[in-house]
Design a protein around this ligand. Structure first.
Ligand code: GLA
Length: 687
């Protein structure tokens, strides 16, 4: 703890608070009382003062883990999970802070959260409540984060930790396309499969801050929590505030070890519901097939073709309600447009069911169009600042879900649609960030609570939905992947990964997403070509291989694609059924990434018992006059022999045999493949 070392100017006096607090490693740092590094907790008293500093009071350890009220959180039974709860106090403020740490016997994870209790006799404003802080020596660490944009989500970035503060965050009211509630720090020598890495991931879907600070003495402070911008929570005497959970992860088996720890934790201790461990139906979504231009007949034509090819569910996307023929209207009016869905929703769903297919539907419950009956009736239900013209984004406003009547109204509309027919899947979309933060439902001294209350309201609505409709398959979505975070995974076992379904772009997006999240959670479809987002033409086969690394489905007009492509669908669906248990449950290894090498991409999923593995190899760009490429395949049983199967399109590889350790340490040679954007699957079976 270095308590005997000089804190500040050369001096034997090491007892003054400013010097001591500024260097001492803090478990949960305060503010304005001598620690000049960024703090995790800040307050303003009714007297207008800041200043908070915590000391230990007591602790308890118990088996299992208590749920966090109103918030998504990991869970664990008494035999796999144990929790330490430390009570601290600021004696002047009479503010208690309960720091909670749950450890899981089956992964190297610690779930941390914080609860603040106002034990004083007057209200206090919480102006910042982060959820975790880790102070440690900077032993040559680099910082790893995820960055992106719409259609380009979650690119991996690694940079040195420089003196001062460096952070990622979101102030958009959603975890965002742009930055991700994740930060890791690894030694510069740490590789994909060796060395140490520490990480934090926030189980929350709104504003966040993830920051590394390197101080004057070479220590680092990592912190994560709700972004303090526009946050101010009034805590009345006797009330408590629960901050969301941060997952702290450690791996000594490199970045890949961290990834597999996260996958195991989320599969076992976060995702819920009947689809948690189950194969998802192969779906076809009409968005890129028709956009807003569809009717019952068109959807049934798609469904007929699709069912004959083995596709198992039709999803009707945006445009079925109000008078929505483009994105200018009708959000909030969740009544079926019977001009388009002629015959009514029940008729359509029944017809689809008769084909042996399930039916799914799209909603965007958190939004309101200015051109909607709902807005005309309740303009004050939109988030806005009185006296200012509210900002539109995709021609829509955000509904003020902090108001119970708004939540109830929207929920009842959604539930009524779901009860009107046999609907087995919902895509819950959210297509704009929040701005103009103001609520007609909140008092002046509570406007700073809007952003967090909005997220709590979303969680409440989704919890209600999955409890009322326990058999529903829920897929969250946010303009593609702007809300792909552990918070949403607590409610939906899958999330649409990105609006960019181009197979090559998806290699990066899915690699960045799978850095933390199990493949079973990544919404991935075979989409139309030329690709609607980038114009690229890729073989149908390759699109199928890349979508196999996610939930798998189609996003195209199956009645219009070339026959040669259509003919591949039954085989692709069979491939999905053959490999999905492995993909969903296995251990994921990144082998090569084309963003680094420019030419090829390769990843692998190995069964937990190491009896089989699936290697996906994508040649992004071909090169002339090259020899075979050496690929090292980790994760197999070193002592078993594996035979390569199912490479009909690759006779040179079929039935070749290697030992697991040979494949790992010596590697195997991938023969040259002609042309760009070519994919191959290698199924390795232990014999
Ligand atoms: C978002 C989604 C798309 C689609 C459209 C519909 O962009 O990500 O998949 O549902 O909305 O408007």
């Amino acid at each position: 703890m270095r308590t005997g070392e000089m804190p500040f100017v050369p001096s034997k006096n090491n007892r003054e608070r400013t010097g001591f607090m500024d260097t001492f490693p803090m478990e949960y740092s305060g503010n304005n009382l001598g620690d000049y590094r960024e703090g995790t907790l800040a307050v303003r008293t009714m007297g207008g003062h800041a200043g908070v500093s915590l000391t230990y009071v007591s602790h308890r350890i118990y088996d299992g883990k208590e749920p966090l009220e109103g918030l998504p959180a990991t869970f664990g039974d008494k035999d796999v999970c144990q929790t330490l709860e430390i009570t601290c106090e600021d004696k002047v403020l009479k503010l208690q802070v309960l720091l909670s740490y749950s450890v899981f016997a089956d992964t190297d994870a610690i779930a941390r959260s914080v609860r603040i209790v106002n034990g004083g006799d007057e209200a206090i404003y919480l102006t910042k409540v982060l959820s975790a802080c880790i102070d440690m020596d900077n032993e040559d660490y680099e910082m790893m984060t995820l960055h992106g944009s719409w259609a380009r989500e979650r690119g991996i970035q690694i940079r040195p930790i420089m003196k001062g503060k460096q952070s990622v965050g979101s102030v958009r009211g959603e975890s965002s396309h742009q930055e991700h509630p994740f930060v890791a720090w690894k030694r510069s020598s740490t590789t994909e499969e060796t060395g140490e890495i520490y990480a934090m991931n926030f189980v929350y879907s709104g504003n966040f801050l993830a920051q590394m600070e390197a101080d004057q003495f070479g220590f680092i402070r990592a912190m994560m929590g709700i972004h303090p911008d526009n946050f101010c929570w009034k805590l009345e005497a006797g009330e408590s505030f629960q901050a969301p959970e941060v997952i702290c992860m450690y791996s000594a088996q490199g970045i890949g070890g961290m990834t597999r720890n996260f996958h195991d934790l989320y599969r076992q201790h976060l995702i819920r519901g009947i689809y948690k461990d189950r194969k998802r139906p192969v779906l076809i979504n009409n968005w890129e097939a028709t956009y807003f231009d569809f009717d019952t007949q068109k959807l049934l034509e798609i469904a007929r073709q699709a069912s004959a090819l083995g596709i198992e569910m039709l999803v009707m996307d945006d445009g079925w309600f109000g008078h929505r023929d483009d994105d200018n209207s009708s959000l909030g009016d969740w009544q079926v447009n019977e001009t388009k869905v002629d015959g009514g929703l029940k008729y359509l769903v029944d017809e689809v069911n008769k084909l042996g297919m399930k039916f799914g539907i799209w909603f965007e419950p958190e939004m309101i169009s200015p051109d909607s009956d709902l807005y005309r009736a309740h303009p004050d239900w939109a988030i806005q600042i009185p006296g200012r013209t509210a900002s539109l984004c995709r021609n829509q406003y955000v509904l003020d879900l902090t108001r119970q009547e708004v939540r109830d109204y929207i929920y009842d509309q959604v539930a009524a649609v779901l009860r009107s027919a046999n609907i087995e899947y919902v895509k819950w979309d959210m297509n704009r960030p929040l701005s103009d933060l103001g609520s007609y439902g909140l008092a002046a001294d509570r406007q700073g609570e809007l952003l967090h209350r909005q997220v709590l309201a979303l969680y409440e609505m989704q919890e209600r939905l999955i409890s009322d409709f326990p058999n529903l398959l829920l897929e969250n979505c946010s303009g593609g992947g702007a809300r792909f975070d552990p918070g949403m995974l607590y409610y939906s076992p899958q999330i649409w990964c990105s609006d960019d379904a181009d197979a090559i772009e998806r290699l990066s997006i899915q690699a960045g997403t799978a850095l933390l999240y199990p493949l079973s959670t990544m919404g991935a479809h075979v989409a139309d070509c030329p690709n609607h987002t980038v114009g690229r033409v890729t073989p149908f086969e390759t699109r199928g291989y890349v979508a196999l690394a996610g939930t798998f489905g189609y996003e195209l007009d199956v009645t219009k694609i070339p026959e040669a492509d259509r003919n591949q669908i039954p085989e692709q669906v069979a491939m999905y059924h053959k490999y999905n248990d492995l993909v969903r449950q296995g251990d994921y290894y990144r082998i090569a990434h084309y963003a680094q090498n420019h030419y090829y991409d390769c990843y692998e999923v190995v069964a937990k018992d190491k009896s089989e593995a699936l290697v996906t190899y994508i040649q992004v760009l071909n090169r002339p006059n090259v020899h075979s490429r050496r690929i090292h395949i980790p994760g197999l049983d070193p002592d078993r022999v594996y035979v390569i199967e199912n490479t009909q399109d690759w006779p040179e590889m079929e039935q070749t045999q290697y030992r697991g350790d040979t494949l790992h340490y010596a590697g195997m040679n991938i023969p040259p493949i002609f042309d760009d954007f070519q994919g191959r699957l290698l199924h390795l079976r232990a014999i």
